[in-house]
Design a protein around this ligand. Structure first.
Ligand SMILES: Cc1cc2nc3c(=O)[nH]c(=O)nc-3n(C[C@H](O)[C@H](O)[C@H](O)COP(=O)(O)OP(=O)(O)OC[C@H]3O[C@@H](n4cnc5c(N)ncnc54)[C@H](O)[C@@H]3O)c2cc1C
Length: 556
């Protein structure tokens, strides 16, 4: 028999654990975001950003996000008596999150405020919401992106646009004429291919006149349809003239259910609060949204806005991971010091901070271009045509390694599901897949370069605004221009070119607008020869403390 303990063996005195980061303001306490919103013309929406920043940082919303991702949606295809209902049941926390996001206008602020900078203001709301919960950021992004395409078909737009822009989220599966607000999804991808939309096999048949705004019937299968409880969906189907874009409502104009069949829900790596489904159309009612055969061009216009939203969203996701890493390492001690004060950890944090700021400034610059383009600025339209896929590619490509590194800053605690980091980690790769996977987005940049040379000139004009401020930036811009003039095997070199375009754009913005410590570290590590492949490889001689302090969520 072992001898009994002389003292109480219980070891549950908790020391050196980090308090949760709750009830902070993700807007007012983020110096980079406050400056970006103001600089790019959305400063008049500070009140809305402040309110949403408090919501995002609140313990209540963090708990709702945890619950909505823990208790994932379930499909009920039939009711008790055998009737098809095609209903997805969500945890109440999901609806609570949707009420917050739609209530704040994350989906519609740009369209409901006819004022210069409204897309920048909306970018701030989306950037913030992507720090709260990403499953609900799918429907907010879709509602935002859907409006311009819908507006081209007035007979449909008249009823749908006010409902899509409304802020009183209404999850009831009833006709939109009876709802306080509506949501819209998109289902283009089929089994045989998502990138190559011309491979779609779904067919459409006009019920009367073959014109935009007129009714059709659609039959076919879609392999991915996220947020399937939306009130309507954009889809692509073939007529004899080629792929055509349609709006499929969940309810028919007479109030009956449309023939929209959810086959099953996907068991996904991340984005788990958001249902993603496979759906079947079987003589399903739809309205055409474009001339027959013009569907790809119509869809691309919408996808352009979803790509902007993913550049913003991935920047927001990285900001949340950085915020968590900064918080943890400020409180956790090892070897007699706070982790953040260990020189090697300081390098990691500073490297993450400049990465985050680079994506943030580019996302907001892009939002301003989007805003100006929609107000008739031709130069801005050229710039956003090419800079949007550039920014989407690079933000999405960096999100996964970024979140991985931020997770590692937490040690074992970051790997445990009670912490938000595992959720961010699972989320990080997704924006790099949908709305054009990495290679597809690179091909889009190359297409813009080939078909629209003034767009590339507009991009270099933007970089050129910083000329003379930093020799490393000037050098990469010159080298890039030379590399782009050489069109031999340009597709093979595509990723390298687009990556460097993104870095040059970010560098130019940081050199002009960020503190010297940030811009200097960015240029030294990203634009000047070998920069190291892991985070935490910033060269010596930089002001790492200043960089980390700037990124820290400041005391309220
Ligand atoms: C969680 C989730 C939700 C989704 N929700 C929706 C939704 O709501 N609606 C919807 O329509 N879709 C949705 N999708 C589908 C998504 O848009 C597609 O997965 C994506 O477009 C890629 O298509 P694919 O899966 O068919 O891959 P593929 O087209 O087979 O591509 C596979 C890979 O090959 C690359 N590739 C393709 N062509 C080329 C080329 N020419 N050169 C070099 N590389 C190439 C791609 O970049 C990709 O990396 C969702 C996907 C996920 C993961």
């Amino acid at each position: 028999m072992p001898a009994p303990f002389a003292t109480d063996p219980v070891t549950h005195e908790v020391t050196n654990q980090v308090p949760p980061l709750v009830d902070y303001n993700a807007y007012t306490q983020d110096a980079v975001l406050v400056a970006a919103l103001d600089r790019e013309g959305g400063g008049w929406a500070t009140g809305e950003a402040r309110a949403l920043g408090a919501t995002v940082g609140s313990a209540a919303v963090q708990e709702a996000a945890r619950l909505a991702n823990r208790h994932t949606p379930e499909l009920r295809t039939h009711d008790r008596t055998g009737h098809r209902i095609d209903f997805v049941e969500y945890h109440p926390a999901y609806h609570e999150l949707m009420r917050h996001a739609f209530g704040a206008g994350v989906h519609s602020f740009a369209w409901t405020h006819d004022r210069t900078g409204s897309h920048v203001a909306r970018a701030a709301l989306s950037y913030l919401w992507n720090q709260a919960e990403n499953g609900t950021a799918c429907p907010t992004g879709m509602n935002y992106s859907a409006i311009p395409l819908l507006a081209k078909t007035p007979s449909v737009a008249r009823e749908w646009i006010p409902a899509l822009n409304a802020t009183h989220y209404d999850p009831r599966p009833i006709p939109i004429t009876q709802k306080t607000a509506a949501t819209i999804g998109m289902t283009l991808t089929e089994k045989q291919g998502g990138s190559d939309l011309r491979a779609n096999a779904t067919r459409a048949q006009a019920l009367g006149r073959a014109e935009p705004g007129e009714p059709y019937e659609i039959s076919g299968h879609k392999w991915f349809c996220s947020a399937p409880m939306c009130d309507a969906f954009y889809t692509l189907a073939y007529t004899d003239k080629g792929p055509t874009c349609f709006l499929v409502p969940r309810s028919l104009p007479d109030g009956q259910r449309n023939r929209f069949f959810i086959q099953r829900l996907k068991d996904k790596l991340g984005n788990r609060s958001n249902a993603s489904s496979e759906v079947e159309f079987n003589r399903t009612f739809a309205w055409a949204l474009c001339e027959e055969g013009r569907g790809i061009a119509a869809a691309i216009e919408m996808i352009h806005l979803t790509r902007l939203d993913f550049a913003i969203g991935s920047a927001g996701l990285m900001r949340q991971a950085l915020t968590q890493a900064l918080h943890h390492t400020a409180h956790r001690r090892a070897f007699q010091r706070a982790l953040a004060d260990q020189p090697l950890m300081r390098n990691v944090l500073a490297d993450l901070a400049i990465e985050s700021e680079g994506h943030t400034v580019l996302a907001f610059r892009l939002a301003r271009a989007c805003d100006a383009a929609r107000r008739g600025d031709a130069e801005a339209a050229l710039f956003e045509r090419i800079a949007t896929p550039v920014a989407k590619y690079w933000a999405c490509k960096r999100a996964a390694p970024f979140v991985h590194e931020a997770l590692e800053c937490h040690g074992g605690n970051g790997f445990v599901e009670e912490h938000v980091m595992p959720r961010l980690y699972r989320e990080a790769p997704l924006n790099g897949i949908w709305e054009g996977s990495g290679n597809i987005v690179v091909l889009d940049v190359l297409r813009a370069i080939r078909r629209n040379p003034p767009a590339l000139a507009a991009l270099f004009a933007d970089i050129g605004r910083a000329r003379g401020n930093d020799r490393r930036l000037d050098a990469i811009a010159d080298r890039l221009e030379a590399d782009l003039r050489n069109t031999a095997d340009i597709e093979t070199r595509g990723r390298s070119l687009v990556e460097r375009l993104a870095l040059a754009l970010q560098g130019a913005l940081l050199v002009q607008h960020a503190p010297h410590a940030v811009a200097d570290a960015f240029c030294a590590s990203r634009l000047d020869g070998y920069g190291g492949h892991a985070f935490g490889t910033l060269p010596s001689g930089l002001d790492l403390s200043a960089i980390v302090e700037r990124a820290r969520v400041a005391a309220a």
